[in-house]
Design a protein around this ligand. Structure first.
Ligand SMILES: NC(=O)c1ccc[n+]([C@@H]2O[C@H](COP(=O)([O-])OP(=O)(O)OC[C@H]3O[C@@H](n4cnc5c(N)ncnc54)[C@H](OP(=O)(O)O)[C@@H]3O)[C@@H](O)[C@H]2O)c1
Length: 249
């Protein structure tokens, strides 16, 4: 696969594991200079030793440190991948801090990162923003209200950006995965092995490298093509449906 020569550098958030680490490996393999952002210093260092990416140990919700970092870089490709499911359950049972954290990581941070990289992309006349969404933003998965709201908010923002950036040679792609085997539910399920096995062992899931391949496909399209939305779900997953509570007698 050939990369368009206009993209030389990428910044990938949530790079320490899971989908973000796979995206870093794939983009480094395509010859890009990758800037890898996450909070876990050891995992990030190991990934960067393996791939040649540059590690930036940072919290994406810390806007001052993100701004300081992005002021020093020319980023052709921003991959907003960092994500978090801090808790699962009906909204009225969730901890207020967990709700705020999911909005901060999944919605507020990616919006600000786009705000920070876009002026440089506009000045240079090229750029590509890839936002990793979720089928939770489109379909109903019980117990995910803040996470789903954040992901749906990003879908709305992506569509608006396509208008705001029309004619600037900047592409915006949302990749919306279904179930991918990663650690994203580990904290919310409190490490309960049985529940995690239920999520992953009963059918074939998508792998992180499959999402990375979808990112690469969008980046390597000819310049006149923007894959604006891509849903990447397991062959064995069909999202959607209805729930009917029994009538009270
Ligand atoms: N796995 C799925 O089934 C699935 C489905 C649909 C969408 N997605 C989306 O895919 C993306 C990647 O998730 P994943 O499944 O790979 O999850 P994961 O294995 O839990 O990885 C999440 C990544 O985000 C980073 N991160 C979280 N909070 C951060 C913060 N405040 N600052 C910087 N980095 C932060 C984590 O690094 P540190 O902890 O080191 O900071 C980690 O590298 C997310 O946007 C998620 O919503 C996943």
């Amino acid at each position: 696969m050939q990369l368009p020569t206009l993209y030389r550098s990428a910044l990938v958030t949530g790079a320490s594991r899971g989908i973000g680490a796979a995206i870093c490996r794939t983009l480094a393999g395509l010859g890009m200079q990758v800037h890898a952002v996450a909070r876990s210093a050891d995992s990030l260092r190991a990934l960067c030793e393996e791939t040649g990416a540059i590690a930036h140990c940072a919290d994406v919700t810390d806007l001052d440190s993100m701004e300081r970092l992005l002021n020093t870089l020319d980023v052709d490709v921003l991959v907003n991948n960092a994500g978090q499911v801090a808790a699962l359950g009906p909204l009225h049972d969730l901890d207020a801090a967990a709700i705020d954290s999911m909005i901060d990581v999944n919605l507020r941070a990616p919006l600000h990162l786009m705000r920070l990289v876009l002026p440089g992309m506009i000045r240079r006349g090229r750029g590509h923003i890839v936002n990793i969404g979720s089928t939770s933003g489109t379909f109903v998965f019980p117990g995910t209200a803040p996470y789903a709201a954040a992901k749906a908010g990003m879908t709305a923002a992506n569509r608006v950006l396509r208008h705001d950036l029309a004619g600037r040679n900047i592409r915006v792609t949302e990749i919306s995965p279904g179930r991918v085997r990663t650690d994203i539910y580990r904290d919310a399920l409190d490490g309960e092995a049985g529940k995690l096995a239920d999520m992953y062992d009963k059918f074939r899931t998508v792998h992180p490298q499959d999402i990375a391949a979808a990112v690469a496909a969008a980046l390597t399209m000819p310049e006149q093509v923007d894959i604006s939305f891509m849903e990447v779900v397991p062959t064995d997953q069909a999202p959607g449906g209805h729930a009917y509570a029994p009538a009270k007698s």
